[in-house]
Design a binder for this molecule. Structure first.
Ligand code: SDX
Length: 427
């Protein structure tokens, strides 16, 4: 029961009392659920001021630049944990014991192969298809192969589907890449880590032994951690909305992949690298900043700004450090990193960005690392989707565990009033 009330006073009407809800952390929230029955809706396109659900998975403080997964700060997880352990934490709520983690890792490792028939599914795509289009299609099609455990009302089915998705997404992601370059698919290997297995499926060939570089393996694992979950972002909200109708988990994750692809969301990493390449050197930065501020120009500074963070995205901080580490350890120099660092420096001192609290987000540096690892920009969002699958599943499971109510927003109708139809085309 809320111990605080808000009173909504409308002209000529009795005041409406609304509960004010308080979570563990974060701002208080006015419970408007009863408004519909009293003849009113709230209006909030883009949900800038609307909480769509209650959740215990992830908390973001946008003003302080804080990101917690089940209470654990993202920088601590990125530096001291590993992606599969973070998956366990997101899905189960607590850090695993050694025994729990070994059991979890064994289950995930032993379900990485996909049905052999799915190899033929890839053949239906053009080789030059964008890998995200292939990943979205293949993920949705998994429902045609794993229908033995798809009753979302059965908890054990939800658990099996979760493991299948977590295990098989790296395999599907790597197959999207191999198919796009005309190389044979590489089967998963159970002796490798989650990140190492992905890199092996991406880069090994039948012609010679491929040894996973531990620097790249650690960097990939950290990138996966940093992209694992981010509360009710556009793609997670899409997964929850799709799941609210009772849709099967593969369809829900495919919907999340589709939403993530947008350049305003997960597609920003690919767009950011393209932008840095277009800027190409620091002398061109002022011209691009001018375009970013021009309301008549649709150009945005990709990798900058965020709906929630009005401070530095804590993931960008870790990503920038990892960027330097990877390039230094690989003995690589990347001119784009120089451009990115200078762009960040200039933008963070520019009144336009300061007034609007626009800071680098998770996508600003990730592209530079992925490029240094030999991954083409068309695969950046595929990797984001692979990493975020655990977050999507965690929210999908939480929604079912808490009791699903179909998502059905209302609208402000500004179209025609009722009018009679007279056909102009009738014979
Ligand atoms: C992700 O939600 C999540 O959690 C997402 C994510 C996750 O992990 O799931 O964190 C991943 O999607 C990160 C964001 C990646 N996208 C980009 O980097 C694309 C560039 N960023 C912008 O498109 C934008 O910042 C958004 C979409 C991210 C946020 O947009 P909002 O919250 O709707 O803010 P807005 O568009 O209302 O902008 C407020 C003002 C506007 O100017 P004014 O009208 O006030 O004059 O800031 C300006 C905008 O024009 N602005 C930018 C800008 N971002 C906002 N101006 C220039 N460049 C930018 N990048």
């Amino acid at each position: 029961m809320a111990d605080k009330k808000a009173t909504l006073t409308l002209p000529g009407e009795a005041p409406i009392e609304l509960d004010v809800l308080k979570g563990t952390l974060g701002q208080e929230e006015i419970d408007v659920r009863s408004l519909g029955s009293q003849g009113y809706f709230t209006f909030d396109p883009g949900f800038t001021s609307t909480a769509s659900c209650e959740s215990k998975i992830t908390y973001i403080d946008g003003d302080e630049g804080i990101l917690l997964h089940r209470g654990f700060p993202i920088d601590q997880l990125a530096l001291h944990s590993n992606y599969l352990e973070v998956c366990y934490i997101l899905l189960n709520g607590e850090a695993p014991t050694k025994a729990q983690f070994e059991e979890f890792r064994t289950i995930v490792t032993r379900h990485t192969m996909i049905h052999e028939q799915i190899h033929h599914l890839f053949r239906g795509f053009r080789r030059d298809s964008h890998p995200m289009a292939v990943m979205c299609g293949v993920t949705g099609a998994l429902a045609a192969f794993y229908h033995d455990a798809m009753d979302v009302n059965i908890e054990r089915h939800r658990e099996i589907a979760a493991f299948r998705l977590l295990s098989k997404m790296p395999t599907v992601a790597a197959m999207c890449y191999k198919y796009s370059i005309g190389q044979p698919f590489v089967y998963p290997r159970n002796d490798l880590s989650y990140a190492g297995n992905f890199l092996n499926m991406m880069f090994s060939t039948p012609c010679e032994e491929y040894v996973v570089n531990p620097i790249l393996e650690r960097a990939m694992d950290r990138i996966l951690i940093l992209h694992a979950d981010h509360e009710q972002n556009a793609s997670t909200s899409t997964v929850r909305t799709a799941g609210s109708s009772g849709a099967n988990p593969f369809a829900c994750i495919a919907a999340g992949i589709a939403s993530l692809w947008g350049p305003a969301h997960g597609g920003a990493n690919e767009a950011c690298l393209r932008m840095l390449e277009e800027i190409s050197n620091v002398e061109h930065i002022p011209e691009f900043l001018k375009r970013a501020k021009d309301k008549n120009d649709s150009f945005r500074l990709m990798g900058f700004g965020h709906r929630v963070y009005k401070n530095y995205d804590p993931r960008a901080t870790v990503m920038r450090e990892t960027c330097h580490e990877v390039l230094n350890e690989l003995g690589m120099k990347d001119d784009l990193l120089e451009v990115a660092m200078e762009l960040e420096h200039i933008a963070l001192n520019d009144p336009y960005f300061i007034e609007r609290k626009l800071y680098p987000n998770v996508d600003f540096y990730s592209g530079i690392i992925l490029k240094a690892m030999g991954i083409p920009s068309s695969m950046f969002t595929v990797i984001f989707a692979m990493a975020r699958t655990v977050g999507w599943i965690a929210h999908w499971k939480e929604m079912h565990d808490d009791g699903v109510k179909i998502a059905r927003p209302r609208q402000l109708y500004t179209g025609y009033d009722k009018r009679d139809f007279k056909s102009e085309t009738a014979e």
